[in-house]
Design a protein around this ligand. Structure first.
Ligand code: HEM
Length: 464
């Protein structure tokens, strides 16, 4: 931070100073802004950024003010700012705590957050992940075998099925198929309920009776909890605990600086966190990658040719470009505990500061023709600092970033080398909001023309 001028360093306004004004933003009634944010999120973001610039305020019901930040230097100031003032855990907790629990790394701040991060991070070490490669490949092949030939189908549900199986097998490490089926059933019920955008607001009113979305959510969550706690207790006693490569076993073996292990409740909360944070995000990013490739035959042709030749540079560029132009998580949140200077703005206490991934990654001053899908722009190029951050940043950067990339680097080649696909529509899918994520409106529909005969040997790019 030393090289940044004072106004970019996230300085705090003097205590007792009058509350600063919110940055400019649309003046429509809050309910209208909420509707636009839910139903036309990219149109609304584009319009606000054109009208108000790199920093603007979106005013939502219940007094929620989102200050969107789309300029790289200011994003850097937020990520590098004082984490006691810019609190991600507090911002996430409002919506996520009922699902992920009070010990989740997502909803904690300060030393408790750092403790959980340190306990989880080693479970995603590169060496461990390499042991999951065969499982990810097998799961992908089993899913491809279920696809129909000649009939349109949506890729996203298929990718969800793959990433869910991956979580159950390599994160939870569940070995028996009956247990896996039970967990998958609970998770599907819960994620189905979570897709309803009204759940974002339902968490604020919990008194609507046993058939309301909230009550159904609590029942589904409790059923998943019970299954996970049973798995945790059984795993603690597993004779091969130390040899196992799954994430749950690693969490049970992890010790903090004082030599303390995680409690069952902590482990449960982190498992749900990894499930919630890792399953739909990775599946949807994969669906977007296929949707974009299928609608850009030149990029698809180059990728397939490079994979056939055993190279992986264009694969990496394709993944980066997909995450740039179709970020599944459009923004990250930081609850502002005390008025703070960000650039020429002083952001008042009580608002949510949102480094905006979607806007920063579509800047014309960083990317030529920013809305276009052009993997070439990342071939041999590193992304601009704070102009590419699909995994967030600072001490909150996604804990599963390398795992997600690892999974995408296996699933994409596996599919492209096993089958011939064509798009089911003339244009790429539109971006639609689903709960907190941006997803393809039609689920990324395609048609499988044929299976490749004979199936080519799998190319496994080495982890970089
Ligand atoms: C393409 C897939 C993924 C995307 C786009 C993504 C994106 C993100 C973003 C934007 C954040 C917030 C970072 C911030 O606040 O600055 C985040 C946090 C997190 N992600 Fe991911 N994620 C993905 C996959 C995964 C996977 C596979 C896992 C684990 C299995 C995971 C686990 C987490 C966790 C635990 C956090 C919380 C970190 C913290 O608060 O310290 N994510 N992710």
């Amino acid at each position: 931070m030393a090289s940044l001028p004072d106004e970019l360093t996230g300085h705090q306004a003097a205590r007792g100073a009058p509350s600063p004004a919110l940055p400019n933003g649309p003046r429509y009634p809050r309910i209208v802004q909420a509707w636009l944010w839910l139903k036309k999120p990219t149109w609304f973001l584009d319009r606000c950024s054109r009208t108000y610039g790199d920093v603007f305020t979106m005013r939502l019901p219940l007094g929620i003010n989102l200050v969107h930040i789309g300029r790289p230097e200011l994003v850097k100031a937020v990520f590098g700012g004082d984490n006691d003032v810019l609190r991600a855990g507090e911002a996430n907790a409002t919506i996520l705590e009922p699902l992920v629990g009070p010990h989740s790394v997502l909803v904690l701040d300060g030393p408790e957050h750092l403790r959980q991060r340190k306990l989880i991070l080693p479970a995603f070490h590169g060496d461990r992940m390499r042991a999951w490669e065969t499982a990810v490949r097998d799961i992908t092949r089993a899913e491809i075998a279920r696809w129909p030939v000649g009939k349109p189908f949506a890729l996203r549900p298929s990718m969800q099925s793959i990433t869910l199986d991956v979580i159950v097998r390599v994160v939870f490490g569940v070995d028996t198929s009956a247990r896996r089926d039970e967990l998958r059933r609970h998770i599907r019920t819960l994620t189905g309920l979570g897709r309803n955008p009204l759940m974002l607001f339902a968490t604020r009113d919990r008194r609507l009776g046993p058939h309301a979305p909230w009550a159904r959510f609590i029942r589904a969550r409790d059923a998943l909890d019970a299954a996970l706690v049973a798995e945790i207790r059984q795993r603690r006693d597993a004779p091969d605990l130390e040899q196992r490569r799954d994430v749950l076993s690693a969490l049970l073996l992890a010790r903090d600086d004082e030599g303390r292990a995680m409690t069952d409740d902590e482990v449960r909360d982190e498992l749900v966190t990894l499930l919630f944070a890792g399953h739909e995000t990775t599946a949807t990013s994969l669906a977007w990658a296929f949707d974009l490739l299928l609608h850009h035959p030149r990029a698809m042709g180059r990728l397939v040719a490079e994979l056939d030749g055993g190279a992986s540079e264009y694969l990496d560029a394709t993944i980066m470009e997909t995450l740039r132009v179709r970020p599944v998580v459009a923004l990250v949140d930081r609850h502002v505990g005390q008025a703070v200077g960000i650039g020429e703005h002083t952001i008042p206490a009580g608002v949510i500061a949102c480094p905006n991934i979607y806007l920063a990654q579509r800047r014309a001053d960083l990317y030529e023709n920013p809305a276009a899908f052009r993997p070439d722009r990342f071939v041999g190029q590193t992304p601009p600092a704070f102009g590419w951050f699909p995994f967030g940043g600072g001490i909150r950067r996604c804990l599963g970033a390398s795992f997600a990339t690892f999974e995408m680097r296996i699933v994409l080649p596996e599919v492209l080398q096993a089958v011939n696909l064509r798009p089911a529509s003339r244009r790429p899918a539109r971006i639609r909001r689903e709960a907190v994520t941006f997803v393809p409106h039609d689920g990324a529909r395609c048609v499988m023309i044929a299976r490749s005969q004979p199936a080519p040997p799998a190319v496994t790019p080495p982890l970089s």
